[in-house]
Design a protein around this ligand. Structure first.
Ligand code: NDP
Length: 333
């Protein structure tokens, strides 16, 4: 899948599926690269930021290059001592059947092949580590605290909610459909949840859900939700700014009006980027694998088949079409 120019909200026609008759599965002598066969690709809001944009000064990056993103893959040719043919890995790859990875040190080897490989695009991959670092480090949660998670049924949110329950917090999630609300309460064990698209007044909704206020807000959406949350935070509350998906497709981000509450309520609002937390990956992985195997944590995926479904899957993220972690299966092991 190649990227064309992005102008306005992302749409399928911003991407192009290109067929190639041949693929060269060979490395030049002395190369330390690997060639991988991509098995699954992860569809993330972040992919949008990698697409070329038109702006007032012209084009910001070259079009018609293969889209990149996270994926699960199998090594098919190796010039690197640490990787052998057949190794399963996850990391940054291309939205294509085979990719050349010039720096294999950027890849993580997959150790737990008894779990679904697709989990390494989500709960055991980048979104999972995001939930872990954001919740445990940035939010610094304590038992009994009141936690609110937006985009709660998605790749990151569903795990944050379950971490909050494991910590002994009271947790409420917001999502964009009744089906997702049911999932939050019945599958992931959220104490309460609401469909934000059906609520007229988000401030009143949050007051209803949190009569005593919110200690921790795990921010995934930004915009009007953030404004309403700021009115409902408790003194010394923490906001982990993980993402602002409601803003990514806007030409001009919306204003936030209630920032003064950060001062009055002595709040800490902190952004974080998962790339800075990769050193914790193996510790995180062992914890989550244990919880998955003992049934304390569960995960829901939304799986599309075939590379040609990737553009629709990406566009769907910004319309809330995905129910759980969105990924695309390209090939099976
Ligand atoms: P999700 O699986 O949650 O998919 C995106 C969801 O966002 C959609 O399903 C939809 O859910 C919701 N959404 C889409 N458009 C809007 C909108 N206009 N207003 C409100 N909600 C909207 O994605 P992820 O779990 O992968 O990502 C969640 C957040 O985490 C994103 O903001 C992402 O950018 C961020 N992130 C940050 C990282 C970091 O390093 N800081 C790393 C990874 C992700 P619904 O139906 O509920 O509206």
């Amino acid at each position: 899948v190649q990227k064309c120019y992005l102008s306005g909200p992302v749409k399928e026609s911003d991407m192009e599926v290109v067929m190639s008759d041949t693929v060269e599965l060979a490395l030049p002598a002395g190369s330390t690269a690997v060639i991988v066969q991509n098995l699954c690709i992860s569809i993330d809001p972040w992919n949008l930021t990698l697409m070329a944009k038109k702006d007032a000064s012209g084009l910001t990056s070259a079009p018609l290059t293969v889209l990149t993103g996270y994926g699960v893959a199998k090594v098919v040719v190796s010039g690197h001592n640490d990787f052998k043919v057949g190794d399963l890995v996850w990391g940054i790859t291309g939205w294509e059947e085979y990719s050349l990875i010039s720096d294999p040190n950027s890849l993580f080897k997959i150790n737990h092949t008894d779990l679904p490989l697709s989990y390494y695009t989500g709960i055991l991959g980048m979104p999972g580590l995001t939930a872990y670092a954001g919740f445990y480090e940035i939010c610094a949660p304590k038992k009994g605290e009141f936690v609110f998670v937006s985009a709660a049924s998605g790749a990151v949110g569903q795990l944050v909610g379950q971490f909050a329950k494991l910590t002994g917090c009271y947790v409420v999630g917001s999502a964009g459909s009744d089906e997702k609300v049911t999932l939050l309460k019945e599958k992931f064990g959220f104490d309460d949840a609401f469909n934000y698209k059906k609520e007229q007044d988000l401030n009143a909704t949050l007051k209803r859900c949190f009569p005593e206020g919110i200690d921790i807000y795990f921010e995934n959406v930004g915009g009007a939700m953030l404004d309403a949350v700021l009115l409902n935070m408790r003194n010394y509350g923490r906001i982990a700014t993980c993402g602002m998906v409601s803003q990514y497709n806007l030409e001009k981000p919306e204003g936030v009006h209630n920032l003064i509450n950060i001062l009055w309520k002595r709040l800490r609002m902190e952004g974080f980027v998962v790339l800075d937390h990769y050193s914790k990956y193996r510790k995180f992985e062992e914890m989550v694998v244990q919880h998955l195997k003992s049934g304390k944590i569960t995960y829901v995926e939304d799986i599309a088949e075939g590379l040609e479904s990737a553009p629709t899957a990406l566009v769907g993220l910004f319309k809330g079409k995905n129910v759980g972690k969105q990924l695309v299966v390209i090939a099976r092991e």
